[in-house]
Design a protein around this ligand. Structure first.
Ligand code: GDP
Ligand code: ZN
Length: 399
């Protein structure tokens, strides 16, 4: 009798423990409700209602509590002049708080025209409510590090990008090849093609011969890897008619391009050559909307009169590259990709391991020293620790 009851009690305790761990596990999973809602929120366009009052739109700018969307009268074609102030559907707000930005610039969303009587935003814009998100074809994101409440969470900076246009200037500010490599790695990691634009070619006329030689080598390396490198002088009065600029125009056409690069390299000057439909070009302080556009730290979605769209985002200037495992990082260096898995050790970091095919290729000149240095910088970070997550700060970065 005693034995039975003891057994029973043990069983009970075990059950109890099971229930407790289950409960803990449930609590551990970060906001399961948020995950459910996210699933409900994402819906392919084919499932969107076609009833009156609903319309497809593109997110053109994201702010903390609201965003701006532009209608897509024809699917994929954004009318950046038709701007709406959009808020998230109430039922998704819980999730939005947990995830911070539920939508990102470039996202395609289903909107419902809002009840104008509910106007608390004081905007002279039509208002709508975001009901659904179309699954993204691509994204550029960063992982929160500093804010402990959000640590490890992903912030999507831009979605549905067709290509990354990496803009740098030869001089003033001086080109940082290592930074270009970092952007390339970011794009390769997300499977997005890149184009490199080197601006202020005119300034090379007064440059030192050594600098000229180094630039020439770097351009050759990038081209040999299959990257398009376009050298331009955006300020040249004849810039528009140069074959280089025409080539860039062709590459921008029909695509959504995310512009990245340090401020001052000439991104705006370049964009201006492609007849941007600038929504900002209105009277100052006309309304809160345009003021918002000037002060925002998020991207702007710009329609180019010559075809295509450009996203110009200061946010991209200092984003995080996710923690890099050597294997994953090797995948992002196109020249190393075919060598993946051929080293003697499966966990090879390609630093000092014996039987490393990457080091062998480096010694034979099949991998360029400069690119390998960029690889090391990303792998080891400034402190030399493997896999350290580090911020890309163009101001500090020098390879
Ligand atoms: P952003 O911050 O990247 O948008 O750069 P901006 O387009 O505002 O250009 C920054 C500065 O560089 C401006 O003073 C431009 O006049 C100048 N700039 C732009 N393109 C060229 C160029 O091809 N050659 C020279 N010398 N200066 C340029
Ligand atoms: Zn190796």
């Amino acid at each position: 009798m005693l034995a039975v009851s003891k057994k029973w009690r043990e069983g009970d305790r075990r059950e109890d423990r099971y229930a407790k761990t289950e409960k803990m596990r449930k609590r551990d999973k970060r906001t399961p409700r948020s995950a459910d809602l996210k699933e409900e929120f994402e819906k392919p366009e084919s499932e969107w209602p076609t009833t009156a009052g609903y319309f497809g739109a593109r997110v053109v700018e994201v702010h903390k509590r609201y965003c701006f969307v532009s209608a897509e009268k024809v699917a994929g074609e954004v009318d950046t002049k038709d701007v709406w102030l959009a808020t998230m559907a109430r039922k998704f707000l819980v999730a939005e708080r947990a995830e911070r930005n539920f939508v990102a610039v470039g996202d395609r969303v289903l909107c419902q025209v809002a009840d104008q009587r509910d106007d608390t935003q004081k905007a002279d814009l039509p208002q709508c409510v975001i009901q659904n998100l179309m699954p993204r074809t691509s994204k550029i994101s960063r992982i929160y590090q500093i804010d402990p409440r959000r640590a490890g969470m992903e912030q999507v900076l831009a979605a549905n990008i067709d290509q990354l246009v990496i803009v740098a200037s030869y001089l003033n500010p001086k080109v940082r090849w290592g930074l270009i490599d970092r952007y390339l790695v970011l794009a390769e990691g997300q499977g997005i093609p890149s184009v490199i634009v080197l601006n202020k070619k005119d300034l090379l006329q007064e440059a030192e011969p050594e600098f000229l030689q180094a630039c020439k080598e770097r351009v050759q390396i990038l081209r040999s890897l299959g990257y398009e490198v376009i050298e331009v002088s955006a300020l040249d009065p004849k810039a528009k008619s140069t074959p280089e600029m025409k080539k860039l125009g062709e590459l921008l056409k029909g695509r959504i391009s995310l512009l990245s690069g340090h401020s001052g390299v000439g991104k705006s000057s370049i964009i201006n050559l492609f007849k941007p439909e600038l929504v900002q070009a209105v009277e100052p302080d006309a309304d809160i909307f345009y003021k918002g556009r000037h002060t925002t730290s998020f991207a702007s979605f710009i329609r180019l009169g010559t075809g295509g769209y450009a996203i110009d985002t200061p946010g991209i200037r200092s984003f995080m590259i996710h923690e890099h495992e050597p294997i994953e990082l090797t995948h992002c260096f196109v020249e190393m990709r075919p060598m993946l898995g051929h080293c003697k050790f499966r966990e090879c970091r390609h630093v000092d391991e014996p039987g490393c095919v990457i080091l062998e290729a480096l010694a034979q000149g099949r991998i360029h020293q400069q690119r390998y240095r960029s690889y090391l910088a990303l792998l080891l970070g400034e402190t030399g620790r493997t896999g350290r997550v580090r911020d890309i700060d163009p101001e500090e970065f020098e390879v």
